[in-house]
Design a protein around this ligand. Structure first.
Ligand SMILES: *Cc1c(COP(=O)(O)O)cnc(C)c1O
Length: 393
């Protein structure tokens, strides 16, 4: 194990050197099926020709200038994102946490503009919003907050999938300015709220003039079968954050805003050196184009149904399975016992999966997966689960 890296990660004993589509090869030349996509990042799979072409062309032209100047690809990407999301304008940064930082700064400024002294954001239990101090504070997982006090002021937490709790907490906090919430939790265990949850949160925000800020960093870019998960409903957020799948592996995040929220930042209020440079924006444009041309949203939806049905059938009668949940290609299999060892077991079978929230097997395969690859994943995962639960087929 290398000692020149900080020890903040426990790594699996494998190193990949090449990828193609949903396949990865390690240093020994062994091939693996990737059902995780680098945690919902490589939605188009590895070495997608359209992404590679965009990277090579742009590398030959121009990587970086600065936001001191006009950036044509950044403008084009903002136009594209506004078109597919129904938002008004975009700010670009380099990661999900930074996109949420921008959202939280918009919320605070929006509050101060109304004369509030302690603008407060409602966040939920079981959420994940990033690892910077503000986004860590917003995150609803005490385990990853331990040791980093003092955290920030200006947050209140309510249970997930509970609108009444939001209305209730607002009675004790007169300076609420926004709600920050995931449309389905990712790190929190693929918890999919009631169909009308976002609609009701939207109503509550409208009644109280709060900003509805949706963290779609994991759920966005086609993963759930729509560009963004809120598009399964009629509502739109006031602030929307994207990252992960937006660049298919090049680091890019975006904070989009609409209406009053879009008018909050003025020159000097926020910035980023790398954010939205010609290189990453050109690649993100290729990602959007490919998802559109290859109907990958529809594909994510269809594959999600294939997984739901396949896993439900293959795991029928297995006592240790609590619940199988899927929204497009965000798939969670909740077991009754902690099961993190299944990650290594799957790796031994050349399959990459993840376990989150201790008991939830999480699958985030690329949107370009074939039916045969999906069936392979279903077969291997259900065999592993059956073995783990002592429930042979
Ligand atoms: C991954 C993730 C983040 C953080 O993104 P980084 O790029 O790691 O900073 C924030 N919110 C959600 C929902 C995520 O899944």
């Amino acid at each position: 194990m290398p000692t020149s890296l900080m020890s903040n990660y426990t790594r699996l004993p494998v190193t990949f050197v090449k990828g193609e589509g949903a396949w990865l090869w390690d240093t020994q030349g062994t091939r693996y099926l990737d059902a995780l996509s680098g945690i919902a990042v490589c939605g188009l799979g590895h070495a997608h020709p359209a992404v590679t072409a965009a990277i090579c062309e742009q590398a030959n032209q121009l990587l970086h200038t600065s936001n001191l100047y006009g950036i044509a690809h950044q403008q084009a990407l903002a136009d594209g994102l506004v078109r597919i999301t129904g938002m008004d304008s975009a700010f670009f940064c380099n990661s999900g946490a930074e996109a949420n930082e921008a959202a939280l700064k918009i919320a605070r400024l929006y509050g101060h503009n109304q004369g509030y002294e302690l603008p407060t954001v409602i966040v939920t239990e079981g959420s994940f919003h990033g690892r910077t101090l503000a986004t860590l504070t917003a995150t609803g997982n005490p385990k990853i907050q331990v040791g980093f006090a003092p955290l920030l002021e200006g947050f209140v937490r309510v249970p997930y999938n509970n609108v009444d709790a939001m209305a209730e907490v607002a009675k004790q906090h007169p300076e609420i300015v926004a709600v920050l919430v995931e449309p389905a939790t990712g790190e929190g265990g693929v918890v999919i709220p009631d169909d009308d949850y976002l609609v009701k949160v939207r109503e509550l925000c409208d009644q109280n003039h709060w900003l509805l800020m949706l963290d779609e960093i994991q759920t966005g870019m086609g993963r759930t079968g729509q560009w963004c998960a809120y598009q399964h409903t009629d509502i739109r957020p006031d602030v929307l954050t994207l990252a992960k799948g937006l660049g298919n592996g090049v680091p890019i995040g975006a904070c989009l805003a609409r209406g009053k929220a879009a008018e909050t930042f003025q020159p000097g209020n926020h910035g980023s050196t790398f954010g939205g440079n010609p290189f990453v924006c050109r690649v993100a444009l290729a990602v959007i184009e490919t998802i559109e041309q290859d109907n990958l949203r529809q594909r994510a939806h269809a594959l999600g149904q294939r997984f739901s049905q396949g896993l439900t059938k293959a795991l029928e009668g297995v006592e240790g399975v609590q619940e199988i949940r899927a929204k497009g290609l965000m798939i969670g299999i909740e077991l009754k016992e902690p099961c993190s060892q299944l990650v290594t077991k799957a790796l031994e079978q050349q399959l990459l999966i993840n376990v989150t929230a201790e008991r939830v097997i999480r699958l985030l395969p690329p949107l370009i997966l074939s039916d045969a690859q999906a069936d392979d994943i279903i077969k291997t995962v259900s065999q592993l689960v059956r073995e783990f639960c002592n429930s042979p087929a």
